[in-house]
Design a protein around this ligand. Structure first.
Ligand SMILES: Nc1ncnc2c1ncn2[C@@H]1O[C@H](COP(=O)(O)OP(=O)(O)OP(=O)(O)O)[C@@H](O)[C@H]1O
Ligand SMILES: [Mg+2]
Length: 494
């Protein structure tokens, strides 16, 4: 391989047909005299347009039968084939290695005449960027076939995005991350829009998985409900204002009713209903109060007991070695979803502000279905500050908004072919548009491009590994899971 040219942060490398380099692989350029090494990553591959090649190809095509009969003792023909098949690898300059130090600031140019260019295996790269005693999560292999994993430390305090087109393997990766986090004792909250994360508890052979004692499923109608006392006034008011669009005048009335209920020791949904009915106010305000009350009741999320079915602090203390709290959302209405998510987030924030619980890793699938745009900013900035570290998973990259991409610390990017989707992701600060468009467009299923802190800012193409535990989505579980009713008996054979 040879250096052809350099433009800005890019290098063009000439590769002969036998010098195969896959898109996404790294190359090192070593200078003969020096110990310095330049690390570059191939993101695109084209033919070398040498002068006269077009004419040669045309001549080949026209005289092909004769050409093959010509005696070619000096193997000129094979040289000519090599020239035609020579490729140019478009590469991004990623880092420089000087002795034992890897640096992202590259301020030198290798000699074009005297250098050695070769594949730079990931195993070698990891030696420069790995941290000792990290909490590893094995995720699969690089395209070069070396094992690939990330450190939980790089998800800690970070904003992560997993995106790609439908069925590309996003949820699968997210389940791998969750199982890795809980294996290391972390606390995870999952908004499970398709009801597929409960599978983490079971192996594909039907037996329990190693995580069975670290998963807590919450389902509306069974073990998912909150008492007003547990929620507290602030969370309740937040739900009214944000999830139910309650006008401020009505919110104020609710606040007065709340205080009245507390003073009389009747803070529950029944007490709330009776208080609204007997409340001294005009018909309009009373109707507004009642309509909100009915909306809340319709969600089945509020229970009339002093003790909540869900208690985050309790759950966390019951699982001292980490737990994934999975909130199943597929069977509930969009209003219930919005209110549930609002309750969970506001309550977690409340507990984190009081330092009552440890930081939480939040996994939100298709969050645009239950969170408003204004809430993104909040999740990312305010909530991160208190200790909610979010991973968004989506197949609609434009649903997240450019500010989310700009603030992302890590992105796991699966295949996208749509130009608009690629443009959206290219806005992320941690990656350049050329890499996104060059590599992601041709990624096979179950492969992703890992970007950001998890790969020490050195993008890596990963083939995501399979799991022992069940990862199927809800639609597949309907056909593959246990049959809900007994199959009819076939009498014809008896
Ligand atoms: N690395 C992998 N190894 C084995 N199976 C995988 C892998 N990645 C994904 N799958 C399987 O492929 C199917 C689709 O994957 P997954 O549900 O993760 O896709 P998705 O991108 O989340 O799709 P959607 O956009 O519909 O949510 C699933 O059945 C999953 O189990
Ligand atoms: Mg999915």
């Amino acid at each position: 391989m040879r250096i052809l040219a350099k433009h800005g942060d890019e290098m063009d490398i000439l590769a002969l047909p036998h010098e195969t380099v896959k898109k996404g692989e790294y190359l090192s350029i070593e200078e003969g005299s020096d110990l310095r090494t330049l690390l570059i990553q191939a993101y695109e591959e084209t033919y070398m347009d040498a002068p006269g090649v077009d004419e040669e190809i045309l001549r080949d095509e026209l005289f092909h039968p004769e050409v093959s009969k010509i005696d070619d003792p000096n193997e000129l023909q094979s040289v000519s084939y090599m020239i035609k098949d020579a490729r140019v690898l478009r590469c991004k300059i990623r880092a420089s290695i000087d002795g034992q130090t890897l640096s992202h600031d590259v301020n030198w140019l290798p000699s074009r005449a005297q250098n050695r260019i070769q594949r730079f295996p990931y195993d070698k790269m990891i030696r420069y960027v790995s941290r000792p005693e990290a909490h590893r999560i094995e995720l699969g292999n690089t395209i070069g076939g070396e094992g690939f994993g990330i450190d939980c430390e790089d998800l800690d305090g970070r904003l992560t995005i997993i995106t790609g087109k439908k069925e590309s393997g996003k949820s699968h990766l997210s389940k791998l991350l969750i199982s890795g986090l809980i294996a290391h004792g972390a606390y995870v909250v999952v908004f499970d829009i398709n009801g597929e994360y409960g599978g983490i508890s079971f192996n594909k052979d039907g037996g329990p998985s190693p995580f069975i004692d670290r998963v807590k499923n919450f389902q509306v109608g069974s073990n998912l409900g909150f008492s007003l006392k547990y929620l507290g006034k602030r969370v309740f008011i937040d739900i009214l204002s944000h999830a139910l669009d309650t006008p401020s005048i009505t919110v104020r009335e609710f606040m007065k009713i709340w205080d009245h209920l507390v003073a009389n020791g009747r803070l529950n949904m029944r007490g709330l209903y009776e208080a609204i009915l007997n409340w001294q106010s005009n018909e309009m305000v009373k109707n507004a109060l009642l309509s909100r009350y009915y909306s809340l009741m319709s969600t089945r999320l509020f229970i009339d007991s002093e003790i909540s079915a869900v208690d985050f602090k309790d759950t966390i203390s019951q699982f001292p070695s980490g737990v994934a709290m999975i909130f199943s959302l597929p069977t509930i209405s969009s209003l219930s979803r919005r209110i549930l998510v609002q309750i969970v987030l506001t309550k977690l924030l409340d507990l984190l502000e009081g330092k009552e619980i440890p930081p939480i890793f939040l996994f939100a699938e298709e969050a645009h279905l239950y969170l408003r745009d204004t809430y993104w900013e909040d999740l990312i900035t305010r909530m991160r500050h208190y200790g909610i570290f979010t991973t968004f998973i989506t197949n609609q990259p434009d649903a997240l908004g450019p500010s989310v991409y700009r603030q992302a610390d890590n992105i796991f990017l699966f295949n996208f072919t749509n130009e608009r989707d690629l443009e959206m992701i290219a806005q992320a600060a941690i990656v350049d548009a050329d890499t996104v468009k060059g590599i992601v467009r041709t990624l096979p299923r179950r492969h992703c491009l890992a970007l950001g802190k998890v790969v020490a800012e050195l993008p890596v193409t990963v083939s995501v590994r399979d799991t022992q535990f069940v990862t199927l989505g809800s639609t597949r579980l309907f056909f593959n899971g246990p049959t809900p009713i007994e199959p009819p008996i076939n009498h014809s054979k008896t």
